[in-house]
Design a protein. Structure first.
Ligand code: F6P
Ligand code: MN
Length: 322
């Protein structure tokens, strides 16, 4: 059956996509509420289980995943979802036009210390005849995303979102329960003097990254001729948010720490949505060999090297690999 052309909002975003986004935000508001209740919510601490990636699941991971999954699948807009906390994709409405990949609670190691955590999501369209039970319907490059965003559960709850028409910030107005747009067309300054990387992995990095970071740390005594500051929140949502707000470069480079896991971050629900947000804000998001959003994925939990942020600084970092 031929699909009818979707109703369009003035800025070109289809109304059914807006409805799906509202559904996703309803789940995030509920997660925000539970996070805000802290130890009174009964969802702090760890479960006895591990997820597909072999990481111990926090109770809040499980609760956030269940909330996000139930609300999006019930909406009717979604053909299937895939999540960091689900072994494989989960089928939804066979007529749903969209698929959603998400990390229900990014930065879980911050839960117990009452520090920054968030939800990351990525939305793509599927072919009309796509089988809702087939995980391969997710195997599309990041350039196919029609919307990406994260909700940061910080001192205030903030949404960063793009539908391909700039990256915008919204703040949750707790009195009315709605996200108000608080900044349009966020732009990342092309130059920066701030970097974010887990320095404890330095001895496991490949030579180009070791040399690049050595030169940043050498500051005004080294070839860069100026000092660089370092920040590491250990939640990608927090670190990318800082890069969007005040600039910087963020990297989770390849390392040789464990032979079977050269990369840490996940392509479908971490790197791709963050890349879309960063590129829409004028930044770059790459691996040491190419643009992240052009990668052809091979699995829903695939991991990838990530270098993103200020355009000129990312280019500088890449020059060490040449
Ligand atoms: O989801 C993975 C993640 O928690 C990211 O949010 C974060 O950037 C990174 O891992 C932190 O890694 P590490 O534990 O090495 O600091
Ligand atoms: Mn994560």
């Amino acid at each position: 059956m031929q699909r009818l052309a979707p109703a369009l909002r003035e800025d070109g975003v289809p109304l059914d996509l807006i409805s799906l986004i509202k559904t996703i935000l309803a789940a995030c508001k509920e997660i925000s509420f539970r996070v805000g209740q802290g130890q009174m919510s009964g969802v702090m601490g760890s479960t006895l289980d591990e997820n597909i990636q072999g990481e111990v699941q926090k109770r809040l991971d499980v609760v956030a995943n269940q909330l996000f999954k139930d609300i999006t699948l019930e909406s009717g807009f979604v053909r299937a979802i895939s999540s960091e906390e689900e072994d494989t994709s989960v089928p939804g409405n066979p007529n749903g036009k969209y698929i959603v990949s998400f990390d229900p609670l990014d930065g879980s190691s911050n839960i117990d210390i009452n520090s920054l955590i968030g939800t990351i999501f990525s939305i793509m369209e599927v072919d009309e005849d796509a089988d809702p039970s087939d995980p391969n319907i997710f195997m599309q490059p990041g350039t196919s995303q029609v919307c990406a965003g994260y909700v940061l559960y910080g001192p205030s709850t903030m949404l960063a979102m793009t539908t391909g028409n700039g990256t915008h910030f919204y703040t949750l107005d707790r009195t009315h329960g709605s996200f108000m747009r608080t900044e349009r067309n966020v732009q990342i300054e092309p130059e920066t003097s701030e970097f974010a990387v887990n320095m404890s992995n330095q001895r496991f990095w490949h030579e180009p990254m070791k040399n690049y970071i050595d030169d940043l740390v050498a500051g005004s005594d080294g070839p860069r001729g100026r000092n660089f500051n370092m920040r590491w929140i250990a939640a990608m949502v927090g670190d990318v948010h800082r890069v969007l707000v005040r600039g910087g470069i963020f990297a989770y480079p390849a390392d040789t720490k464990s032979a079977d896991k050269p990369y840490k971050l996940r392509l479908m629900y971490e790197a791709n949505p963050m890349s879309f947000l960063v590129e829409q804000a004028g930044g770059l998001s790459v691996t040491s060999t190419g643009r992240i959003m052009e990668m052809e994925p091979s699995g829903i939990h695939q991991r990838v090297e990530v270098i993103l942020g200020a355009k000129k600084e990312v280019e500088k970092c890449l020059s060490y690999y040449k």
